[in-house]
Design a protein around this ligand. Structure first.
Ligand code: URA
Ligand code: SF4
Length: 231
């Protein structure tokens, strides 16, 4: 074989091997980064299991850290576990959770593609509202979760999610429509799904808020093409 053709073949093989090597390195780095996120969340989970920073640990069955994609672009933040969540150790699995899943799907995502968590990791007895000292005591866990996941946008569901992130104790009506930033991440204050179950006439307004989420993720998207929220 002529020298020139041999050189050409060797050149192609070297090029191919370099691409393979880079892909291997990329894959390795991606796996390491994912493992790092998993480890950091595991640390928080273990701390929450032992946590006695407020009195709610005494009455809860299972703490609820949160669940979803560790690279989620959207983080949904609720208030606190309810009876079903306390029993299962998972967020938003009751009636309000079903509605949240419908909202996520109407936005074009699967539930596993977003991240879902709460301000409080333990259920308040009789589902009473969180106390300010409980919100403060539990905040460090949420702050770390957000730091790990680094979502592009946070949907703050209801008064307590907004109290935790904005540090302003405003009613949802006062803060509704006033987007703000938490740690450089855009926060959309909107209604809690449990409120929407009690006040279905507000669903249209809520849908306008949820569509803003899509606009933030993809400014060119035609959100008017999104399904009208049929929930
Ligand atoms: N309501 C919440 O705020 N969080 C849940 O996980 C369930 C209901
Ligand atoms: Fe700790 Fe939060 Fe549970 Fe209170 S609610 S005991 S601060 S994990």
């Amino acid at each position: 074989m002529a020298d020139a053709s041999l050189k050409k073949i060797l050149g192609s093989i070297t090029g191919y091997l370099e691409i393979e090597r880079r892909m291997g390195v990329d894959c390795f780095l991606r796996e390491k980064a994912l493992q790092r996120r998993l480890d950091l969340l595991k640390e928080i989970e273990e701390e929450v299991l032992r946590c006695e920073k407020c009195s709610l640990y005494k009455t809860r069955k299972k703490p609820v850290l949160g669940e979803g994609n560790l690279y989620a672009k959207i983080l949904f933040l609720g208030e606190a576990p309810g009876v079903e969540e306390d029993r299962e150790g998972k967020p938003f699995v009751g009636r309000a959770g079903k509605l949240l899943t419908q909202i996520v799907e109407a936005l074009g995502f699967r539930r596993e593609e977003v991240y879902i968590t709460n301000v409080l990791k333990c259920r308040p007895p009789e589902n009473r509202s969180p106390l300010p000292q409980e919100v403060n005591a539990c905040f460090d866990y949420l702050q770390r979760q957000i730091e790990i996941i680094k979502p592009s946008v946070i949907c703050a569901l209801g008064r307590f999610a907004n109290l935790a992130l904005s540090k302003n104790d405003l009613s949802l009506n006062q803060i509704h429509g006033k987007e703000y930033f938490y740690a450089g991440i855009k926060v959309i204050p909107t209604f809690h799904p449990a409120y929407l179950l009690r006040n279905p006439e507000e669903k249209k307004t809520a849908w306008q808020d949820f569509k803003k989420v899509i606009k933030i993720l993809n400014p060119k998207s035609k959100t008017n093409k999104l399904l009208h929220l049929d929930f």
